[in-house]
Design a protein around this ligand. Structure first.
Ligand code: IP8
Length: 243
């Protein structure tokens, strides 16, 4: 029973202070992971790490850079956050192992991502908890572009044939126009009103983009807040189920 869990960058970092973790939130997330670290792959986003560096160099998931200063700065920021996440997991005896996507992944000139998952699958089979992170990635014709944690999650969900996918977000689920959590989304139209309409083409990690991507997965996915993380890892379906 393989589970792929994304810890949103905005959940585990302090959005208002550059390169600062939200210690309390990260402790809660690490506690929940430690209680249920069996057959788990963790991916985390950037939050206050990585994004401002990417902005400074004009780098996004589609616009790249060849500036070695930019590549180094963005990758280093994400590796720094990864190190802080790992430390909290190791403090709780979780056998977490870092996997840095820049060293393995690439995009072709149409932006199509190739993310080999052999090392992740083998680490997991050997009882480790691989911990990947949003990163920069080699992109044909662009230099490097941003690789978001969400893209990693959907790619791994497919290549590992995951049974469960969870996105731990700053909100308790996908919210309707009244701010209530939508229990289940089976078609984009079920949530189109709340997500900005069927024409919305958010590819940068906004909720509309997330829902579209999750609907394409063969695996049911849950979107929930930190309060729902333990329940998700216990096999429940907190927040919104996208299936
Ligand atoms: O927060 C960040 O990953 P995300 C990747 O999941 C960066 O979008 C900015 C290098």
């Amino acid at each position: 029973m393989t589970t792929v869990l994304k810890l949103g960058g905005s959940v585990i970092t302090d959005k208002d202070r550059a390169e600062t973790v939200d210690g309390e939130a990260l402790d809660r997330a690490a506690d929940a992971v430690a209680r249920a670290a069996d057959d788990l792959v963790v991916v985390h986003g950037g939050g206050s790490f990585g994004h401002h560096n990417a902005e400074r160099y004009g780098v996004s998931t589609t616009a790249g850079t060849h500036d070695i200063g930019g590549v180094t700065e963005i990758h280093s920021a994400m590796k720094a956050l990864n190190g802080l996440v790992l430390r909290r997991l190791h403090d709780r005896d979780v056998p977490a192992v870092p996997v840095h996507p820049l060293s393995a992944a690439s995009r072709d000139s149409s932006g199509e991502l190739t993310l080999p998952a052999g090392q992740v699958a083998t680490l997991r089979a050997e009882g480790f908890v691989p911990v990947l992170h949003g990163d920069v990635v080699a992109h044909a014709g662009e230099g490097v572009t941003v690789l978001s944690g969400d893209e990693i999650v959907t790619s791994l969900a497919r290549s590992l044939d995951a049974d469960r996918v969870g996105l731990c977000s700053t909100v308790p689920g996908v919210l309707d126009e009244d701010g209530d959590v939508i229990d289940r989304i089976e078609r984009f139209e079920d949530a189109a009103g709340a997500l900005g309409g069927a024409e919305s083409t958010d590819v940068s990690g906004g909720m509309a983009g997330k829902v579209r991507t999750l609907l394409d997965l063969p695996t049911p996915a849950s979107v929930f807040g930190l309060d729902g993380l333990s329940a998700f890892l216990d096999g429940e379906a907190p927040g919104t189920t996208v299936d």
